[in-house]
Design a protein around this ligand. Structure first.
Ligand code: FMN
Length: 283
């Protein structure tokens, strides 16, 4: 597949400046197996399309402990997490990348424990999203089943964190010998995903779908009530300007007017219900 895209950005003097795109692979497999090999192939395909630089973060080697469930990151802020490990370094790596590949094998019909631990440790980003200028590619491999569940879950998380998910690829990699036909099919899927991911860096962020608008409105209702929300969430949302009555979405992109109207109504309904529930509790 030939890319017709060059990752060219307009420089100050109007000339094109070619930027090396930084891709961070977050690898949820405990081994350098099928998922790692698939990510390597995506790297090869993208290298043939233009200038890209890959970094692999193998979660098995990362100093990232399990969430202790104390709620400190959600309520007071991520700096209050009692786990003294590399979480903030990992978040910095995501900020430094132009795109992130979230890669996990299917384990028990969903992401691996390594990937789940990683997601749990960054749950505060679900409340305080931040990666809006980044693209994501989702990658999973399975022995037979569970790709949909795994990729849907990764899509939900990456999307709420703010990433624009530009591509998603799931491969069947049965244990033992893989047939030539299956291998070719997998390579074709990886090349397509690499192509979509590569080209997405040239495109402006698309307008949100109804589900994305509804998530924004639900969060706006939930985090906009100082009496009901965690202080860190309320402050973050206020500072971002997302609590302003006219705020339609996290970023300044066109929002479909029908989705906006549905979102506006649902925000009002949810807010009213929350206030009513609070009044009941205080009685
Ligand atoms: C603990 C464990 C759980 C698994 N669960 C499933 C499963 O639910 N469904 C499935 O089809 N394959 C399952 N598999 C197979 C893996 O998804 C498959 O072999 C995958 O390609 C492994 O990726 P890796 O080589 O990158 O680790 C499981 C494998 C292991 C080790």
């Amino acid at each position: 597949m030939k890319s017709n895209a060059t990752l060219a950005l307009s420089g100050k003097n109007g000339r094109n400046v070619f930027k090396v795109m930084k891709i961070l692979v977050i690898m949820g497999s405990p081994r350098k197996g099928n998922t790692y090999q698939a990510a390597k192939k995506i790297e090869e395909f993208m290298q043939s399309m233009g200038k890209v630089e890959f970094e692999y973060l193998l979660l098995r080697d990362a100093n990232l402990s399990q969430c202790r469930g104390c709620f400190a990151c959600l309520s007071k802020g991520e700096n209050y997490c009692p786990c003294k490990d590399d979480a903030s370094l990992i978040e910095q790596k995501m900020h430094a990348a132009d795109g992130v590949i979230f890669a996990s094998p299917v384990y028990g019909m969903n992401v691996s424990a390594l990937m789940k631990t990683f997601i749990d440790r960054f749950c505060y980003i679900l409340h305080r999203p931040r990666f809006f200028n980044k693209k994501a590619l989702l990658l999973s491999t399975t022995g037979a089943v569970g790709l949909k569940e795994t990729l849907d879950y990764l899509k939900l998380i990456a999307g709420i964190w703010g990433f624009e998910v530009s591509s998603s690829v799931g491969l069947v990699t049965p244990p033992g010998l893989i047939s030539k036909k299956q291998e070719q099919e997998n390579d074709r899927k990886l090349e397509k995903a690499a192509f979509e991911f590569y080209n997405s860096f040239q495109k402006k962020r698309r307008s949100p779908g109804l589900k994305e608008v509804l998530i924004f409105r639900a969060q706006k209702a939930s985090f906009g009530e100082p009496d009901l929300s965690f202080p860190a969430d309320y402050t973050y949302w206020k500072e971002k300007g997302w609590l302003n009555p006219e705020a339609k979405y996290y970023v300044d992109v066109p929002v479909n007017p029908v989705y906006n109207a549905i979102g506006w109504i649902s925000e009002r309904v949810l807010r009213r219900k929350m206030r009513k529930d609070l009044a009941e509790v205080r009685k």
